[in-house]
Design a protein around this ligand. Structure first.
Ligand code: CTP
Length: 432
């Protein structure tokens, strides 16, 4: 990163996508109309300086942030969600862009690891409450000093030197989720947590402060680590600095689970390369399953509930746990018909199949799971419910049975044309 000329990032901001620049310009007009000082803050400023893409705008206003957000939403035809208690609002815009707007605030943490008490403050207060120096910078968006960097804590210098540094010694105690955040930024940018901050981080870990954070907040933070590009490095560093006891006392992520995570990474990129048009796989869930590898089904269920994972997410992990080794053995059998392979894999999530592939080197299992993704899973029948009705079959539970029998025949190559499908249906009907 080059040195910043005159502590101004105007030139760097000019390189932002047009749409982002338009939004910043609208925010500038809004600020002028309301006579309020407004600043871009946090990760957005950090990433503008680093020259990496970050398209969610984060704005702090030294005035009523909600009023600002209402006016901004009016000018951009965005839809606004406000949190009056915190003086914050989110404006969602066409194309999936989001602008977070907040009244400048001060925070105090009466109880460690619990949510802070919030009161109105200055821009400096607002920056001083943040996690790391690199995230505690602001850039003015007012016309008079557009792009002027506000950097009370040496964030630009730490960015230049690649350092993650807390703003004060109680930072990790106030908010232990920052432990995971420090690791996230360290590994994302290839930075290092500077020695004093690392010492403070280790102290907070030793005092068991992570366990005092509400599980939902921990889950959100961990999922962000699991969504990072260099996820294996993230996991290695979390294991080294905190361990995974905050997930479950038996979640130790031993070498076997680490090897599974490495295989999963290979399988996930294979899947993405090979099936770019298939629905995406939630890679974070695959890695979470690796972290839960040592646990039994009940422990996994209990952990998912405690972390309040969505029911669907819990099912996807459990479907892998339950199927596990026995399904691999079945899929490795010599003679299996396509319909049987389909029957094995269809109830599983894509994530579970990726995990199964990662667990085995068996060529047959690998080929069959590939065929499932490539051929069987997308196979469609010519006939529809209308055809069944035309044949005088009343809608009901038989439909499902008929469809799955015809599909099985089609997978096995026993029927090919629409006429053959119809002929088979007639046969099934007679048997019914
Ligand atoms: N923040 C903080 N402490 C936290 C969470 C957030 O101080 N526990 C502050 C940081 O200044 C951060 C900003 O709030 O930059 C926005 O938070 P978030 O969107 O979570 O982080 P980003 O820095 O934008 O990170 P990312 O690029 O991963 O979205």
């Amino acid at each position: 990163m080059a040195d910043l000329k005159n502590k101004n990032i105007r030139q760097r901001m000019k390189k932002l996508p047009r749409r982002t620049l338009q939004l910043i310009s609208t925010a500038q007009d809004t600020a002028a109309a309301l006579g309020a000082g407004a600043y871009l803050v946090g990760g957005f400023v950090r990433d503008v300086i680093l020259g990496v893409g970050n398209f969610d705008l984060d704005i702090v206003v030294e005035a009523d942030g909600i009023l600002f957000a209402q006016e901004f939403a009016r000018r951009t035809s965005g839809s606004i969600v406000s949190h009056t208690r915190f003086g914050t609002a989110s404006v969602a815009l066409e194309g999936g862009l989001k602008v977070d707007i907040a009244t400048a605030r001060k925070e105090t943490y009466p109880v460690p690891a619990c949510l802070p008490q919030v009161s109105r403050g200055t821009l400096r207060d607002d920056l001083a409450r943040r996690d790391f120096t690199i995230n505690a910078m602001a850039a003015s968006i007012s016309a008079g000093d557009f792009g002027l960097l506000v950097d009370f804590f040496g964030g630009a210098e730490d960015l230049r030197r690649g350092k993650i540094r807390v703003l004060h010694p109680l930072s990790f105690r106030d908010d232990p989720t920052r432990i995971l955040r420090a690791i996230r930024f360290e590994k994302r940018y290839g930075f290092t947590i500077e020695p004093l901050s690392l010492r403070l981080l280790k102290q907070a870990v030793a005092q068991g402060l992570i366990q005092r954070v509400g599980p939902h907040r921990l889950r959100d933070e961990l999922v962000l680590n699991l969504k990072e590009k260099r996820v294996l490095e993230q996991l290695k560093r979390i294991r080294e600095l905190t361990g995974f006891g905050f997930i479950h006392p038996r979640a130790a992520f031993p070498p076997a689970a680490q090897a599974l995570a490495v295989s999963c990474q290979r399988e996930l990129s294979w899947f993405k390369r090979k099936f770019p048009r298939h629905r995406g796989v939630d890679s974070w869930l695959v890695y979470l399953a690796c972290l839960l590898e040592e646990l039994n089904n009940d422990e996994v269920r209990e952990t998912c509930r405690r972390f309040a994972l969505r029911g669907g997410d819990e099912k996807r992990i459990l479907s892998y746990k339950k199927a596990g080794g026995s399904l691999i053995r079945r899929l490795a059998q010599k003679s299996l018909r396509p319909s049987e392979i389909f029957g094995c894999l269809e109830p599983l999530s894509y994530e579970a199949i990726i995990l199964l592939r990662a667990r085995t080197k068996d060529a047959r299992v690998r080929k069959r799971t590939e065929d499932f993704f490539e051929i069987y899973n997308g196979m469609k029948l010519y006939i529809s419910g209308d055809d069944l009705r035309r044949l005088g079959i009343a809608p009901g539970p038989y439909y499902r049975k008929i469809f799955s029998e015809v599909l099985a025949a089609k997978l096995n190559g026993e029927v090919r044309t629409p006429q053959e499908e119809l002929a088979l249906i007639k046969k099934i009907r007679e048997a019914l």
